[in-house]
Design a protein around this ligand. Structure first.
Ligand code: G3P
Length: 218
């Protein structure tokens, strides 16, 4: 399972990248705004900064909702850096754009996915990645992990090559469960990745090992 970080914060991207386990980055307009990155030119420059940190796929989201606009933006985005994957919303013109971009050999990430039906359409259109939003499904008291498992099963059964990129991850358990149910990629906040490190028995055990070492070497 690949690990992406879901942020536009350069320090957090560097910190995750320095761990040596990072395979890519996802962003969205809300994450850009959270970092105070506004205006098209600034946003484009920020994508380049991210691409220069991480050697892996970097999702950059279009903000047009019509086919022509999405295609125009996609062509601008892919010129920025070889790592760019164009993030396209799950709407009718989005599916058309994913198909057209796939035919041109441009990688896409279909975002804002909340159902298996949407996942099938995106795979048929040839999306490179599909982003079901776990946390936002959980927020409305459905089960986001069940959705990811259902999509992973459908893709396996049908031989779809689209990678299931589990998004809207809110905690380390989401990551573990995604690994169990067959997500190809998880995109996570830094805190959720670092949460995987934690176990009280590790801390207690390390403290004891170091104390015993100090006794023997006093
Ligand atoms: O990758 C999508 C993600 O950024 C959405 O996360 O926590 O806003 O639902 P969240």
């Amino acid at each position: 399972m690949k690990f992406f970080i879901d942020t536009a914060n350069l320090d957090q991207i560097k910190e995750a990248n320095d761990l040596g386990i990072l395979d890519g980055v996802t962003t969205n307009p809300s994450l850009m705004a959270k970092e105070g990155i506004t205006g098209t030119q600034n946003i484009l420059e920020h994508y380049v900064k991210i691409c220069n940190i991480v050697d892996g796929d970097v999702s950059a989201e279009v903000v047009s909702t019509d086919f022509e606009g999405m295609m125009r933006e996609a062509h601008e985005l892919v010129k920025l850096h070889d790592n760019i994957v164009v993030k396209i919303p799950m709407i009718k013109d989005g599916i058309k754009a994913i198909k057209a971009l796939t035919d041109e050999g441009i990688k896409t990430n279909c975002t804002l996915v909340f159902s298996a039906g949407q996942a099938i359409l995106a795979a048929k259109a040839g999306a490179t990645y599909l982003s079901p939003f776990i946390g936002r499904v959980d927020d409305i008291t459905w089960d986001g992990l069940d959705l990811v498992a259902q999509i992973a099963h459908i893709y396996d059964m049908n031989g779809f090559t689209t990678e299931v990129l589990a998004a809207s991850i809110r905690n380390p358990l989401h990551i573990v469960k995604c690994a169990e149910i067959g997500a190809d990629v998880v995109t996570c906040p830094l805190n959720s990745i670092l949460g995987l490190l934690k176990h009280p028995l590790t801390d207690i055990g390390l403290e004891k090992f170091l104390a015993d070492y100090r006794k023997g070497n006093a």
